[in-house]
Design a binder for this molecule. Structure first.
Ligand code: ADP
Length: 487
């Protein structure tokens, strides 16, 4: 059963399979966003702690270490064991996740299922990472050997704490890397709990290290560390740029980035309007809109525009806002005060710039960071709410006439993470899929994210891909070996 009173067992830094205090002795508070009450004090990692974690990860990566010599199949089995333990501890983990992040408990369970699938998918890859033999015209036997890139730093956000951990750990561990993960300061608890499970699963000392702490301190210590070979980051475009700079300035560590978005969902008037409204609702309001691929720009063709707006407003008003642990709740609190103020500010800006408020538009009480699902119609491309990432439950409905026009408007953004199109016309769907600048295009659905399919951004939505076979690339160096035939 969901447990909102759950006790926090792990609140320290995890290095070398041990929980320890931070070098400074400092701690920070993690809050429950539904009531602003403290859940726990957590050890605050900084540069000194990241240094210790990297030392442990480097030692575990040594060529003669247990991790490098157990064999690829055994690595896969460890990942499978971790996935099974996460499944065994699902209720505890989902409770902790909802407490720390505010997302509805049912959503936490779904995230955990997706995390388990991701770890299992990559477990299968562990002993299927092959090189090639190359028929050069020289007297050489040449082959490639993909090798783990080394010690990887992983910095994850607060919107899907468990899932983002799984997206990072799956390919890193399948490839044979060792890692130092920094969870977001808003949501450190589930990463620490899963760290404890990784020890139980049997991962050798130092393979997995978790250092909670703040971005500009612990996070920056990772991105500028001289002995980290790669950093994988999910978060804002602004911080993504800092990470790239620090990586270049330090040791040119490899960088993969999964960043912001302002994704279009385009609805043609041949599509059933009720179904469209419900797909669009889920596209924007899932996880309280705190989703990098949220379909926030809802483009609706003029023939069904009025009907769609009416339906969208009704669906948004019907969503129950409240305690994440109540089963009817669809919308929990936003993650923290900063996010709450930002989203309320964007709603005010929409009203001021002349968008028409159709639903919501306000906070709910003062106990937690709750914002009503908000719908704006008559939105134009130049409004801030149509251009900037809101990361909250705010839907923008824009009107369009033709496919060419909507492709141009969809692409008129610095972002390119995802796009959706609802139409029965296959030619239109194909034209849109080909022309839109987006790492994922969903036709007649939205957010069909799957561990088997690569995910990532065009333009300023990121660099590299996560998930799928492509998700391994960032964790591997390709070595070419050429052996001369002597006779
Ligand atoms: P958001 O704006 O959604 O909170 P951020 O990009 O600020 O997203 O945060 C995502 C992750 O990046 C968090 O773990 C955060 O602590 C970390 N972070 C923030 N600033 C920095 C930084 N300067 N260097 C490295 N990591 C950072």
């Amino acid at each position: 059963m969901a447990n909102s009173e759950i006790k926090v067992l792990y609140n320290q830094i995890f290095i070398n399979n041990k929980f320890i205090n931070s070098v400074s002795g400092n701690t920070f508070i993690t809050l429950n966003p539904a009531n602003k009450q403290k859940i726990a004090d957590v050890a605050e990692g900084d540069k000194a702690d990241v240094d210790l974690a990297v030392k442990a990860a480097r030692a575990a990566f040594k060529i003669e270490s247990e991790w490098r010599t157990i064999g690829a199949t055994a690595r896969g089995q460890l990942l499978l064991k971790l996935a099974d333990l996460i499944n065994d501890h699902k209720i505890t983990l989902a409770s902790l996740e909802s407490l720390d992040n505010g997302k509805p408990y049912e959503d936490s369970l779904l995230d955990i299922d997706a995390s388990i699938s991701t770890l299992k998918y990559y477990a299968g890859f562990a002993d299927k990472i092959h090189g090639k033999t190359i028929p050069t015209n020289e007297p050489y036997f040449s082959f490639t050997k993909p090798q783990p890139v080394g010690v990887v730093g992983q910095i994850i956000p607060w919107n899907y704490p468990i899932l983002m951990l799984a997206w990072k750990w799956g390919p890193a561990l399948a490839s044979g890397c060792t890692l130092v993960l920094k969870p977001a300061e808003q949501t450190p608890l589930t990463s620490l709990y899963i760290a404890a499970l990784s020890k139980e699963a049997g991962f050798p000392d130092g393979v997995i290290n978790v250092v909670p702490g703040y971005g500009p301190t612990a996070g920056a210590a990772i991105s500028r560390h001289p002995d980290i070979n790669k950093v994988a980051f999910t978060g804002s475009t602004e911080v993504g740029k800092l990470i790239m700079q620090e990586a270049a300035r330090s040791n040119m560590k490899r960088v993969t980035l999964e960043l912001g978005g302002k994704s279009p969902l385009v609805i043609f008037d041949d599509f059933d309007v009720d179904e469209a409204a419900s797909i669009a609702r889920d596209a924007v309001f899932a996880n309280m809109g705190q989703c990098c691929c949220a379909g926030t720009r809802t483009f609706v063709q003029e023939g069904i525009y009025e009907k769609f707006v009416e339906k969208a407003a009704k669906l948004a008003s019907e969503m129950k806002v409240g305690n994440p642990f109540e089963s009817e709740t669809k919308v929990g609190p936003l993650v923290d005060e900063e996010q709450y103020n930002k989203v309320l500010g964007m709603i005010e800006s929409g009203k001021k710039e002349g968008a028409k408020l159709e639903a919501g538009g306000s906070k709910v009480g003062d106990v937690g960071y709750f914002v009503r699902p908000t719908v704006f119609s008559n939105v134009t491309d130049d409004m801030r709410i149509a251009k900037e990432e809101i990361f909250g439950p705010v839907q923008q409905i824009l009107k369009f006439k033709t496919i060419d026009e909507v492709i141009e408007r969809s692409n008129n953004t610095e972002y390119g993470l995802a796009a959706g199109i609802l139409t029965k016309n296959i030619d239109i769907a194909l034209k849109f899929s080909e022309s839109v600048d987006a790492g994922s295009v969903w036709v007649n659905c939205y957010e069909a994210v799957n561990p088997l399919c690569p995910f990532g951004g065009f333009k300023q939505s990121g660099l590299g891909r996560e998930l799928g076979e492509d998700g391994l690339t960032g964790y591997l160096e390709i070595k070419t070996v050429s052996i001369k035939k002597l006779n």
